[in-house]
Design a protein around this ligand. Structure first.
Ligand SMILES: C[S@@+](CC[C@H](N)C(=O)[O-])C[C@H]1O[C@@H](n2cnc3c(N)ncnc32)[C@H](O)[C@@H]1O
Ligand code: SF4
Length: 438
């Protein structure tokens, strides 16, 4: 069994890896010809992701599929999305939908009637969606939060709003190309609480241009004063093709400092009564706060709708047209395909049994059921990944407790570094080639 070595050296050197949010990573997707909806084998319980790729700004660090908002293009896009949902009707209707996330981009730029049309299309495909989905969420930038509109969003069935605060320091926000001053973000959080969403989630970033550990700590303090239900802390990943990726003069924190920011956040949120739900999330609800991420990590399938959206079935992962640098072209490719009555799937990967096993380990990396692993894969974890197991224990990153291999606080800090140790040779090669294009 192939293994990558050197975790202790990587930790000693504070090597930084961007968040591992899916496995296999999209870098190993290949062009898929002749995709048919009969190919993916979805689990009985599924998650639904809907991508809305319109923004009022292009942030320096952003590698998502997005383009500047235009009312005409957005309306055309919503029509295409509704057609795509209809094409998925049989799959959506046959499954139990447990979460719906509307992400972006900035989906809060949708008008209420446009969001209503998308939700109606989902209800037409699966009449139970709003009762079986335990979480129906939308992403927003702080400055797009408007009282009346978000009340309508709530009435349409949205239970969670995730907003990208990133920092409360105005200089850091403007250096990132964003529009949400600290006071705008604070007002947005207050407004969302007042409207009565069940879960207000705020994103904070560690390592944005101009930020220091002190100013990061100040942003955490402001966040604590505002007290949202859940906070996600993302360490800046430098994505090839983004503005920050091209600006070598940008003054950025060292990797060690980014890790120290994670520690600052952890200490402060836990002291304030939040529970650490995973390596970078603190929630008043303990586990949870971002249900789709949790259920998808643990193996439930995801049906992704819209340009750039990824779908994860048990046997394959695949994606609609995507381009992180030229979103507009990819969005038009998506709309053209759908409007010619064809699904828009362009690329993907079939999962070998070894990749499925690695996906299981990475998805459950924070608390791995060792018995569950061996009954699923017919081999003990220590036999399949012996040297990595020993290294996780000897570095103090994990401990075995009650039949589980659990990451310790140190392991949670280095969670992405650890997850990457479990990449196969092929996936690691695709990732390394991508990173050297910077
Ligand atoms: C789709 S965005 C959130 C919604 C909205 N578009 C916004 O920017 O406010 C999701 C989150 O990913 C994080 N993010 C984006 N680019 C990142 C990067 N390069 N490295 C780390 N986190 C990043 C940010 O915290 C951002 O809020
Ligand atoms: S970070 Fe959010 S608002 Fe900024 S460009 Fe990306 S998706 Fe749009």
């Amino acid at each position: 069994m192939l293994e990558t070595m050197g975790l202790s050296e990587k930790i000693r050197d504070f090597e930084f890896q961007p968040e591992v949010y899916t496995y296999p990573t999209t870098r190993c997707y290949k062009k898929l010809d002749g995709f048919s909806i009969a190919q993916p084998e979805f689990t009985e319980e599924i998650n639904v992701y809907v991508h809305i790729p319109f923004c009022r700004q292009i942030c320096t660090f952003c590698g998502y599929l997005k383009t500047l908002n235009s009312d005409k293009m957005r309306r055309d896009y919503v029509s295409a999305l509704i057609r795509e949902i209809e094409m998925y009707k049989e799959v959506l209707g046959a499954k139990r939908i447990i979460t719906v996330d509307i992400g972006g981009g900035t989906p809060s730029l949708l008008q209420s009637d446009e969001l209503g049309e998308v939700i109606d299309a989902l209800k037409a495909a699966n009449g139970n969606v709003l009762s079986t989905a335990k979480d129906v969420s939308i992403e927003a930038t702080p400055e797009s939060v408007e009282y009346e509109k978000f009340k309508e969003f709530r009435d349409l069935g949205i239970s969670r709003v995730s907003i990208g605060v990133e920092s409360f320091v105005d200089k850091e926000i403007s250096l990132s190309g964003r529009h949400n001053s600290g006071s705008v973000s604070a007002n947005a959080i207050k407004m969302l609480k007042e409207i009565g969403f069940g879960n207000v989630v705020c994103d904070l970033m560690a390592g944005v241009e101009g930020q220091t550990m002190e100013t990061f700590s100040d942003s955490v303090n402001t966040m604590l004063d505002l007290g949202p239900d859940t906070v996600e802390v993302y360490a800046l990943g430098i994505i090839p093709g983004t503005m920050i990726g091209k600006r070598s003069a940008a003054k950025l924190m060292s990797n060690k400092q980014k890790y120290e920011c994670y520690e600052i956040a952890r200490r402060k949120f836990i002291a304030a009564g939040y529970r650490q739900a995973c390596h970078n999330r603190y929630s008043r609800f303990g586990d949870g706060g971002y249900l789709q991420e949790d259920t998808v990590f643990r193996g439930a399938s995801l049906v992704g709708l819209g340009a750039g959206a990824r779908s994860y079935a048990q046997n394959m992962h695949y994606r609609n047209p995507f381009d992180g640098a030229d979103g507009k072209t990819a969005i038009y490719r998506y709309m053209d395909k759908i409007n010619s009555n064809s699904l828009a799937v362009e690329s993907g990967v079939f999962l070998s049994s070894e990749e499925r096993m690695r996906k299981y380990v990475i998805g459950n990396i924070e608390s791995l059921d060792l018995h569950g692993f061996s009954s699923l894969y017919g081999i003990g974890f220590e036999t399949a990944f012996g040297e990595l197991y020993d290294e996780l224990i000897s570095t103090g990153c994990a401990e075995e407790k009650g039949g589980r291999l659990k990451l310790t606080p140190k392991g949670l800090l280095f969670r992405d570094l650890i997850a990457r140790q479990f990449f196969s040779e092929d996936v690691e090669a695709a990732e390394s080639a991508y990173r050297t294009t910077m």
